[in-house]
Design a protein around this ligand. Structure first.
Ligand code: C6P
Length: 412
């Protein structure tokens, strides 16, 4: 008997006001959630209420509003720490998002590296898990090494293992690929890194919105994610790291908030996580981030995953029936971020034609240029699903693709 609680998608959609709007005179079909998800009323209201009732700066004032703002901010930190299985709220640093989280590690932790040290990454990394390491390589002379893919379009773990050795200081990889939709075996790879005394950094931007994440069970050392891909606002994200690692790292940016004492001769840093939160943080955004986590928790990952798995196989079945449809990455055991090409229509033209029919997809390199080079394409079209997506919307996508093919006079 199937006991998985079903997601009531109509009720979920009622929480997302933007899904009621039209685009070019057609109902919006939003299939770009991997770029940024839409926001439920619960998050929008919590942020408005924060501004209407509680706003002040945090950790600074003795007055009531400052206390309330600080409580709301720290409550969000505790919620998010619990959401990803952190042991302590202090292990969770608020940042501007995944990109800033990885830059923080590359800059602060990376400042301890030197020529001869190696960092192992994969060719499927988002630019935000490549470029900060390239900047570090320019500064310090560390060497970057990249693991490839198997013929089936998954991470080549044997290749990755062969790159790890006594000079490896860090293995960095994405939990879920934003182009291939695959989930990488993070726990296994963290183990390979630890075997040689290296650390493991995980880019969780595309995983946290879709699956329960337990950083303790994953066994990684750093985990980065963004609010805006998981029903939360833009401008905020988080870096999780073990407290001892954070304590040993030098600061990332200097300023207010991150110090406990400043003298003209030098300063003493605040305890973690504040040491890494220089300046006034994104307070309302952090509040919205926490409410987004609560929203997802209330729906339940079991129900969300079952819904997304059903939609993904429905979409893949329907799309596979179209002449000229070519999927990137495996067709099984994957999440609902579907990169594809369609006949000889360039992905940018395709996205424009679909947009005229109300269907929002992404076209381009998805900040995965090395992966595109590896796959031998300049761009793909990408449809990405989320907890509010319906089978009916997949049908609209398929119909819109047929319109595009007709506009192009069919395929050879
Ligand atoms: N990917 C996409 O359309 P930020 O921008 O910092 O919130 O997240 C960056 C990022 C890092 N890693 C992965 C795996 C990602 O997918 C993203 C964001 C978006 O695929 C925008 S490029």
């Amino acid at each position: 008997m199937n006991t998985t609680p079903a997601l009531d998608v109509d009720r979920v959609r009622a929480d997302f006001p933007i899904l009621n709007r039209e685009v070019h005179g057609r109902p919006l079909v939003y299939l770009d959630s991997a770029a940024s998800s839409q926001k439920p009323t619960q998050v929008i209201r919590a942020m408005s209420e924060y501004f209407e009732q509680h706003h002040s700066n945090v950790h600074r004032g003795a007055h009531e509003l400052s206390v309330e703002a600080t409580d709301a901010y720290e409550h969000a930190r505790a919620t998010l720490a619990g959401f990803i299985g952190a042991r302590e709220p202090a292990e969770l640093v608020f940042t501007r998002g995944t990109t800033e989280s990885i830059n923080l590690v590359a800059y602060a932790w990376g400042s301890g590296l030197e020529r001869g040290d190696e960092i192992v990454l994969t060719v499927m990394e988002h630019h935000s898990n490549i470029v900060p390491w390239q900047l570090l390589a320019e500064r310090s002379g560390v060497r970057l090494r990249f693991a490839g893919l198997t013929a089936a379009g998954r991470l080549d773990v044997d290749h990755l293992a062969s790159l790890i050795g006594p000079s490896t200081r860090l293995v960095g990889l994405t939990h879920v690929s934003n182009s291939l939709g695959i989930t990488n075996p993070v726990a296994e790879i963290a183990g390979l890194a630890h075997d040689v005394g290296a650390l493991c950094l995980v880019d969780g931007a595309q995983a946290v919105p879709h699956m329960p994440v337990d950083v303790g069970a994953l066994g990684c050392d750093f985990y980065a994610f963004s609010a805006h891909k998981m029903c939360g606002p833009t401008g905020v994200g988080a870096l999780w790291a073990r407290q001892a690692i954070l304590e040993a790292m030098p600061p990332f940016q200097g300023g207010g908030e991150m110090i406990s004492e400043v003298k003209l001769e030098g300063s003493v840093w605040a305890p973690v996580p504040h040491k890494f939160e220089a300046g006034t943080p994104p307070i309302a955004e952090a509040v919205g981030f926490g409410v987004a986590a609560d929203y997802i928790t209330a729906l339940g990952f079991e129900a969300i995953s079952a819904h997304e798995a059903d939609l993904t196989s429905y979409a893949l079945n329907r799309l596979a029936g179209l002449d000229g449809f070519e999927l990137f990455g495996p067709s099984e055991d994957r999440l609902g971020v579907l990169s594809f090409r369609y006949g000889d229509i360039h992905p940018h033209d395709l996205a424009t034609i679909l947009d005229r029919q109300g269907v929002a997809i992404r076209a381009g390199h998805h900040c995965n240029q090395p992966l595109m080079d590896y796959l031998g394409v300049d761009a793909t079209a990408r449809a990405s699903l989320y907890l509010y997506t319906t089978r009916g919307e997949i049908d609209v996508l398929v119909d819109a693709l047929l319109v595009a093919r007709d506009l192009f006079g069919g395929f050879e």
